[in-house]
Design a protein around this ligand. Sequence first.
Ligand SMILES: Nc1ncnc2c1ncn2[C@@H]1O[C@H](COP(=O)(O)OP(=O)(O)OP(=O)(O)O)[C@@H](O)[C@H]1O
Ligand SMILES: [Mg+2]
Length: 500
Amino acid sequence: MTLFNELGISSETKKAISAMGFEEATPIQAETIPLALEGHDVIGQAQTGTGKTAAFGIPLVDRIDTNQDKIQGLIIAPTRELAIQVSEELYKVGKFKRARVLSVYGGQDIGRQIRSLKKKPHIIVGTPGRILDHINRKTLRLQDIQTIILDEADEMLNMGFIQDIEKILENLPEQRQTLLFSATMPPQIQRIAERFMHEPKIVKIKAKEMTVPHIQQYYLEVHEKRKFDVLTRLLDIQSPELAIIFGRTKRRVDELSEALNLRGYAAEGIHGDLSQAKRISVLRKFKEGNIDILVATDVAARGLDISGVTHVYNFDIPQDPESYVHRIGRTGRAGKKGLAMTFVTPRETGQLKNVETTTKRKMDRMEIPSVDQALEGQQRLVLDKIKTIIENENLTYYKQIADELLEDHDSVSAVAAVIKMLTKEPDTTPVNLTSEPPVVSKREKRNQKGSGSYKTSVRNNRKDRAPQGKRRSSNQKDRSKSYRGNSNNSNSNSNYNKNN
Ligand SMILES: Nc1ncnc2c1ncn2[C@@H]1O[C@H](COP(=O)(O)OP(=O)(O)OP(=O)(O)O)[C@@H](O)[C@H]1O
Ligand SMILES: [Mg+2]
């Protein structure tokens, strides 16, 4: 256990950290904060949800001089939502130092951004394209930058942002600190490191598996055409507090969220074709619990930290094993428990193996639940609600009318009728979902080359992934911030029983 006191952080920043509710440093924070404070370049790799943002954010904020009206820190993130989230966290870390943090991203009025840039922020957080745009317009000058951070560096390379990033890095002073963070670090990162970093210290938090141990991982073998019914049964049985469902394409996300709404679930979709205002509003509704299901493309797979996400469903198995790691990492954050389910069609078993090899972890098989089990799940939910009301609420005025009912009917029939009335019974409203082709692992693809047997789905291109729901209130969410690593405490409310 490492306390923030032991890491050489200023008292103002420490005050902010404790106001954020952090009690002890996570392993990546304990190792990288002292190195970054000394001015080293650092490559930091640690599992999802283990506090990488503060690992780079604390030393960055601590090192800036707020008496100088100069931009001293720059953070680049792959999506707009992530840029906003990181800037909010840095603002909290820099609260007592009065650090000015500004986020700049595409889809937001550029004139407004230019006016904000004139107010001399100390730290900028942005997406590659918009940062470059400001550099070209000369509305963002980088000559005083001391520290540059690439959050989710590998994803930015995947998304084809490499040239933008190179241009940004070329515009920075030679004498500067470069920090690079992600949960996954493919070998190509090495090239960036060699070109743009100065004797980087590599901090890799050792773990047996790539995914955190407190996420339970399952796969279900499901035919493409049956996926939707299986999904709704799982939702009925597990009744997640907040769930993210990942789909492969934007069309998939649109169709899925519409279908879920038709069947009575509070869901909304997020992907790169939506307006920025819409994307922000969907995410806000999800965070506040006004919708409890977020349907998303991989645009929401990286970095997003939404407390209370208990379940992740991969409606489509991802093309890249790395993407799997990040997707399921939206749950099980800061030591909490989470549940992840991945649908695999019969032709995708090769890809399942591929994912398991990369993550060094086997998923457990989950049987497809029956309609009866779905119904029972919903009945249990109603029963739990009734019990809570009996225990916590004043029923005096209801008891008279209940007595009246019991004059003509036996008590079991009366209660059964109430449960029936409140239970969401399996719904068969027809929905429209276009089939997606199976994901074939790279090895299988190579074997099939030349045979031309079947088309494979193309990986979401950059545009597709570029930033792209009423049932329960949010007040039940556990917002506790003490980091509990691998301990068994949990806020998971999964009532999934493996024998179901
Ligand atoms: N020292 C700490 N004590 C308690 N909670 C913490 C601590 N550090 C970070 N957290 C919380 O843990 C959660 C996850 O942090 P963060 O988003 O930085 O993870 P990450 O490692 O960047 O994950 P990802 O790989 O998904 O981007 C956040 O809600 C954050 O507030
Ligand atoms: Mg992160």
